[in-house]
Design a protein around this ligand. Structure first.
Ligand SMILES: C[S@@+](CC[C@H](N)C(=O)[O-])C[C@H]1O[C@@H](n2cnc3c(N)ncnc32)[C@H](O)[C@@H]1O
Length: 260
């Protein structure tokens, strides 16, 4: 069966990708044929003697700008013209990568039937002051930011996106339900986790978790998720999918009837 996902990454720093990709769950996903990731060095498409990929700003000012020619040449030689898949520019000016956006990017891969080609995404990593505006206007189809701060390049954001999208693919994680229980998947932060030993430095695991009563454990986890979200990210509660009993629990928190 073809892979679920294919990423083509365009970058000036191709060497930063493999060490992370090879050291993580992503490598297992690649080896099992669930995802394909190809890294392309934009510099290989610079035609001048010194393979120059950046130049000064028109209008003056410090810093360099990534030239359009090698970027268009790289993307069009790999993906055709117009590109055969969405081209996502990593930029602090893009829409912020939330779990909802991650799910949206993974959705075509999750819907696909056996035998369908992989869901294909191209990622374009900026450097310096970023890419020439004509790249954004005429080559890029989506722009994504990993948060309201500025990094030196789009390589870490590209790895963040690849990691977050790939872990939603069935078979990538050991626990198939894992990604859907995690923080943000249901709109809430996840409940706290404990493992052995049952007591460490006098700090005991909550009794309910060793009770063997699955219904009580499930209720405790749900209430802890609600409590955590209420304490840390009350903004998330407005959009979360809440049951009547969730709402009742939150009302008790708001009126101080529960320990927080
Ligand atoms: C120094 S930044 C350029 C910032 C740009 N001059 C601006 O103010 O919007 C260089 C490159 O890093 C990447 N980058 C930096 N911060 C990012 C973020 N929060 N999300 C995604 N990519 C980012 C982008 O690819 C960007 O082109």
């Amino acid at each position: 069966m073809p892979p679920y996902l294919r990423f083509d990454v365009f970058t000036l720093l191709p060497d930063v990708f493999e060490p992370y990709l090879q050291a993580s769950i992503l490598q297992r996903a690649r080896q099992r044929g669930l995802v394909e990731i190809s890294i392309h060095n934009i510099r290989d498409w610079a035609t001048d003697k010194h393979h120059v990929t950046d130049d000064e700003h028109y209008g003056g000012g410090g810093g360099m700008v990534m030239k359009p020619e090698p970027i268009f040449a790289a993307v069009e030689s790999v993906l055709g013209s117009p590109p055969s898949c969405p081209v996502i520019l990593l930029t602090p000016q893009g829409r912020v990568l939330t779990q909802a956006v991650v799910t949206e990017l993974a959705a075509p891969a999750l819907r696909r039937d056996a035998g369908d080609p992989p869901h294909h995404l191209a990622l374009l990593c900026g450097r310096y002051e970023g890419v020439d505006e004509r790249v954004r206007q005429h080559l890029v189809s989506d722009e994504i930011s990993v948060g309201d701060y500025v990094l030196t390049g789009g390589e870490l954001p590209a790895l963040v996106l690849i990691d977050a999208v790939t872990r939603l693919i069935p078979g990538v994680l050991g626990d198939p339900d894992g990604p859907w229980d995690d923080s943000h998947a249901s709109g809430l932060l996840e409940y706290p986790h404990y493992t052995r030993p049952p007591e460490f430095r006098g700090w005991r695991v909550p009794d309910v978790l060793v009770s063997g009563d699955h219904a009580r454990v499930a209720r405790w986890r749900r209430e802890q998720a609600l409590l955590r979200t209420w304490q840390r990210r009350p903004d998330l509660l407005e959009k979360a999918n809440l049951s009547d009993s969730d709402r009742k629990f939150l009302e008790q928190l708001n009126t101080g009837e529960q320990d927080s």
